[in-house]
Design a protein around this ligand. Sequence first.
Ligand SMILES: [Zn+2]
Length: 121
Amino acid sequence: MSDTIDTEMRIRLEDELSRLTAAVAEIDASERESLSEASGENSYRDHMADQGSATFERELDLSLEQNERDELAEVRVALDRLNAGTYRTCSRCGAEIPVARLRAVPTAKLCVQCKEIEESR
Ligand SMILES: [Zn+2]
């Protein structure tokens, strides 16, 4: 039973890992592209949008990018916890994290109570 949930979550986390690894690689590639664009005379982005919305898009890109990187880091931690056999243990109080919570949030490191305490700080 408990091994089954570990296997199920490992599959989900590894799926996430490859999706996010690809997404972050894509972001890195497009960053290199926009760097070379910025140094060139003719910027594609400037043709497509006025300065204001280009700046807005850039900020949106950055926050999306940060999300993906954060998620990737969380997925890696969750897989480490799976490998260490501590995946279902709350990293704060040591209680077992309910399966339903892990299914809803595969990267959860805390039980619901500890999560609430952390968030209310
Ligand atoms: Zn806890």
